[in-house]
Design a binder for this molecule. Structure first.
Ligand SMILES: Nc1ncnc2c1ncn2[C@@H]1O[C@H](COP(=O)(O)OP(=O)(O)OP(=O)(O)O)[C@@H](O)[C@H]1O
Length: 464
C-alpha cells in the first residue's frame, strides 16, 4: 500500500503557501492524512520556496506508526505525537526531568484525594459525590483552555451539553484543583499530560532561540486542546507555517472553539467532503449517525458527498444471546477474515478489545506502542480511540448493546446527553475505519447511538 497522489483540490491544499496558519476540515476518509503527509513532504523539500524542517504531529501512537510508514523516507520530516513533542521541548529547555509527568493512574489518585480534602472543608453537597471522571474531565478542560486563575475560570463559558456549573461549584472545582496541584507537585510530579501544552507555551514565550521546526502540520487536529494549538502557533517562526487538518465529527477530546481563540489567523478554511475510504453502504450508515440527535451540537458537521468507492455490502448487524457467544464469534470470524485482509476489532475499552480478540493468532494490540505499521493481512484490536485515523478492510464493532452504550459510568459522570454525544462520536470513528466490511454485534437491545436495526441500513442477522 502506498500513499495515493493527491487529486483536484487535495493537490491545492498540499501546495498552499508555506507561511501563516491554514485550516483544512474534512469528514472521515476525505484524504486528510494523505494531504498531511504530502504537505509535510512538500514543506520540507529543499526545492520548495521557504522550505525547512517540518514536524508532522498527531495524537495517538498507533497513528504515528501509521504515518511513519508513509513518511519513512521523507527527509526533513519528523513524525510524533503532541505529547512527545511537548515533553521533548520542555526537556530540551531543562524544564522537564525524568518521570515528572503524572501517569493517568497517579492523576486519578491525587484528584480523588483532592476531592476528599475539599469535601471535608466545604458544606456537604451531592456535588462532591460526582464520579471522579467528572472532576478529571473538568480539570483537563481548565488546563486545555489555559485558564490559569479562578477569575478566568469563573468568567469563561463552558461549551457543551452538560449543565453549566454554578459559580459556587466552580469555586469548589478550583479548590479541588489547587489541592490536586499541591499534592501532585509535592510527590515530585510537576506535570500531568493536560498541563504540558500550557508549560510549552509559557516556555516558548521566553525562548529566544531559533525555532527547531519551520513548519508544523497536524493530522487529527480536532483532538488538540486550544492551549496545545496556541503552543504550536508559538512554536513556528514568524515566516513559518502551521497547517491543521481536522474533522469535528470525529472529535473525542472535547468541544470545539474558534480558531481565533486558539491564536490562529485563518483567512480561508478549506473543506473536503469526498469520501475515498468507505464503501457507499458504510458511508451511508456514518451519514445517518451524523443526522441523529446527539450529533446536532456539531455546528459545522459537513455531510460527506457520495463516496468514491464501488458499491459493496451493507454493514452486518448480528445479535447474540450472550456476551460470551458474541466475543467468541467475533474472535473466530475476525481470525478468518484476517488471513487475507486487514481487520480491526474496535471497542470502547481495552478489556473489551482483549475479550473479543482472545485466542486470535498474531493479533496486534493497537494501544501498544506499535513501532511499525504492518500493511499485510492480520488482526488489530484496540479502543475506538486508538483506531483513530487508521483504516481496515474489515471492522468489527462488538458490544454495541444498549446496556453498555452509552456506558453507564459515563452517563453517571456526565449525564445522558453528554455521554451520548461523546460516545456516538467514538462509534462514528469506529464505523468510518471500515473500507469494505463492517460487522456490528450486540446482545439485548441495540444501542440507541446507532440507527435502529430496522432502518434498512444493515443486513440483520440473529445468531444462536
Ligand atoms: N486522491 C486519492 N485517490 C485515491 N485514494 C485516496 C485519495 N485520497 C485519499 N485516498 C484514500 O482514502 C482513504 C482515506 O484517506 P485518509 O486516511 O487520508 O483520510 P482522512 O481524511 O485522514 O480520514 P479520517 O479522518 O477518517 O482518518 C485512504 O485509503 C487513502 O489512501
Amino acid at each position: 500500500m502506498s500513499l495515493p497522489r493527491p487529486q483536484g483540490r487535495q493537490h491545492d491544499v498540499v501546495y498552499m503557501a508555506g507561511r501563516g496558519h491554514h485550516v483544512v476540515l474534512g469528514t472521515a476518509g476525505t484524504g486528510k492524512t494523505v494531504m498531511a503527509v504530502h504537505r509535510a513532504a512538500h514543506l520540507a523539500d529543499p526545492r520548495t520556496q521557504n522550505s525547512g524542517p517540518t514536524l508532522l504531529l498527531t495524537y495517538t501512537n498507533s497513528l504515528v506508526a501509521y504515518l511513519r510508514h508513509f513518511a519513512a523516507d521523507l527527509p526533513g520530516v519528523t513524525v510524533e505525537t503532541y505529547g512527545r513533542f511537548g515533553r521533548g521541548y520542555l526537556a530540551a529547555r531543562g524544564r522537564m526531568g525524568y518521570r515528572q509527568i503524572a501517569t493517568p493512574t497517579q492523576r486519578r489518585f491525587y484528584v480523588e484525594q483532592a476531592v476528599k480534602a475539599a469535601t471535608a472543608t466545604y458544606r456537604p453537597s451531592p456535588f462532591f459525590d460526582r464520579a471522579t471522571d467528572f472532576f478529571l474531565d473538568e480539570l483537563e478542560w481548565i488546563d486545555g483552555n489555559g485558564l490559569a486563575t479562578l477569575p478566568d475560570y469563573l468568567a469563561v463559558r463552558r461549551v457543551g451539553r452538560m449543565e453549566p456549573l454554578q459559580p459556587s461549584q466552580r469555586h469548589a472545582v478550583w479548590a479541588i484543583r489547587t489541592n490536586y496541584l499541591a499534592a501532585r507537585t509535592a510527590a515530585g510530579l510537576p506535570y500531568d499530560w493536560a498541563s504540558v501544552p500550557s508549560a510549552v507555551r509559557a516556555s516558548l514565550d521566553d525562548d529566544a532561540q531559533p525555532r527547531r521546526y519551520k513548519h508544523i502540520v497536524v493530522d487529527e487536529a480536532q483532538d488538540l486542546s486550544p492551549e496545545a494549538i496556541r503552543s504550536l502557533a508559538a512554536a513556528i517562526p514568524a515566516d513559518g507555517s502551521l497547517t491543521l487538518f481536522a474533522d469535528y465529527a470525529q472529535q473525542i477530546y472535547g468541544q470545539r472553539v474558534s480558531w481565533r481563540s486558539c491564536g490562529l489567523t485563518v483567512t480561508k478554511t478549506e473543506e473536503f467532503l469526498d469520501n475515498y475510504r468507505n464503501s457507499p453502504e458504510i458511508a451511508r450508515l456514518a451519514i445517518a449517525m451524523g443526522e441523529m440527535p446527539h450529533f446536532q451540537d456539531s455546528a459545522d458537521l459537513v455531510e460527506p458527498r457520495a463516496p468514491q468507492r464501488a458499491a459493496g455490502a451493507k454493514p452486518t448487524l448480528v445479535r447474540y444471546s450472550s456476551t460470551e457467544a458474541e466475543a467468541q464469534a467475533v474472535a473466530a470470524n475476525a481470525a478468518s477474515f484476517g488471513k487475507l485482509s486487514r481487520v480491526g476489532i474496535l471497542t470502547r475499552t481495552r478489556a473489551e478489545a482483549r475479550k473479543a480478540s482472545s485466542g486470535i493468532p498474531g493479533v496486534r494490540a493497537l494501544h501498544d506502542n506499535l513501532d511499525q505499521w504492518e500493511v499485510t493481512a492480520g488482526v488489530y484490536a484496540g479502543t475506538y480511540h486508538s483506531g483513530k485515523g487508521l483504516e481496515f478492510d474489515v471492522v468489527f464493532l462488538p458490544f454495541c448493546g444498549a446496556d453498555r452504550s452509552p456506558d453507564p459510568e459515563t452517563v453517571a459522570a456526565f449525564g445522558y446527553d453528554e455521554a451520548a454525544a461523546r460516545e456516538s462520536r467514538l462509534i462514528y470513528v469506529g464505523v468510518t475505519r471500515a473500507r469494505d466490511e463492517l460487522i456490528i454485534t450486540y446482545t439485548g437491545e441495540l444501542t440507541p447511538l446507532l440507527p435502529p436495526a430496522g432502518s434498512g441500513l444493515y443486513q440483520v442477522t440473529v445468531a444462536g
